[in-house]
Unconditional design. Sequence first.
Length: 117
Amino acid sequence: VQLQASGGGLVQAGGSLRLSCAASGRTFSRYDMGWFRQAPGKEREFVAAISWSGAGAYYADSVRGRFTISRDNAKNTVYLQMNSVKPEDTAVYYCSAQLIGTTSQYWGQGTLVTVSS
């Protein structure tokens, strides 16, 4: 599967942004999807994940209550709605896909989110 993330940009603290990640192929619903981020000088960290059906969603403590992950299997797309953003949310955001029942994980190219104070 190939992943293309988009929607990053510059946003003021307290504002909102929606990231999208489009996947190629016809087997999107066989993948659990996730968002990760990497801030300058830091390691990549988990942000949110959603199960193949959309029934399960999981969040890092740092974003729970502010970010929402969702997916549209008909459009082969996963979203990350970011509300009440903070300067510490500044990072390159990556989407990932993990084939159900395997350890095979795929990554998109990343989209930069910059939050100004």
